[in-house]
Design a protein around this ligand. Structure first.
Ligand SMILES: [Zn+2]
Ligand SMILES: [Zn+2]
Length: 255
């Protein structure tokens, strides 16, 4: 364990002392995290029934007739790729503009690692801030005016797949998916490594809860039910659903 820690520390300080500007390190690392913790697990989940058929059958939440067609999956790949290009482009623009006013980046890119206390504090605060931003923006998206124009697209998958986590209108992708993850560590002035760990956790989590499999203590079942029934489980952790009573099925209206 100590060897892994010192290897990581050395690799990180070598990266920082290299000639790469901090903006380039932040941009490349963020893109790499998205590829490794969203795209890769999403494709593994997608091919789980081919790779491990009996394991897949045991954990699949909804029955085969409700699963998306091949055409639905291709459309999903296209929309999600578009959203990836959009947020990557916006991140590049943000770094470009920051450099223009003499700022080094959106997060602290420095050789010293964050202390354990700082890391734990920032990670927990990021989780809570993200939950609040996601829960309330998601509830707003279920208001009829926003639902029909924006959020209906995400609900096209009543039996979701991992990639469908980012199958969303560009406005929803920016305000409900990207900003609730990228803003909290910027507000807190977090170290870029803390942001990357938080981003990796959230991306893997969202891919898993949309995967259609019942892994991780019923987390996927919770959000799967949101896609199936619409008016419950708006949040991710579940605490605000408990506070607002949206952790139970409401039969009368779609809100
Ligand atoms: Zn929804
Ligand atoms: Zn969803």
């Amino acid at each position: 364990m100590d060897e892994i820690a010192s290897l990581l520390t050395n690799t990180w300080s070598r990266t920082i002392s290299s000639s790469y500007p901090p903006q380039k390190i932040e941009f490349t690392g963020t893109l790499l995290i998205q590829l490794l913790f969203f795209w890769l697990p999403s494709f593994i989940y997608l091919f789980l029934d081919v790779l491990f058929p009996s394991f897949s059958a045991r954990h699949k939440i909804q029955p085969a007739p409700r699963q998306p067609t091949r055409k639905d999956i291709w459309r999903c790949v296209l929309v999600v790729s578009g959203n990836q290009v959009l947020t990557t482009g916006l991140h590049a623009l943000q770094l470009f503009l920051a450099a223009k006013v003499g700022r080094e980046g959106s997060y602290r890119v420095e050789a010293a690692l964050p202390s354990r206390e700082e890391f734990v504090r920032d990670f927990i605060l990021c989780l809570l801030l993200r939950e609040a931003m996601f829960y309330y923006s998601h509830r707003l998206l279920h208001r009829p005016i926003f639902y029909s124009k924006i959020h209906k697209l995400h609900h096209r998958f009543t039996a979701p797949i991992a990639l469908a986590a980012q199958y969303a209108h560009p406005i929803e992708h920016i305000f409900a998916n990207a900003l609730p993850i990228s803003l909290p560590p910027q507000i807190l002035g977090s170290h870029v490594l803390t942001f990357w760990v938080f981003l990796a956790y959230e991306l893997f989590n969202t891919a898993t809860v949309h995967s259609g499999y019942d892994f991780f203590a019923g987390k996927a079942r919770m959000h799967d039910l949101h896609h199936e029934k619409f008016n419950l489980n708006y949040g991710s952790i579940g605490v605000l659903d408990w506070v607002h009573g949206t952790d139970r099925l409401v039969h009368k209206k779609r809100d």
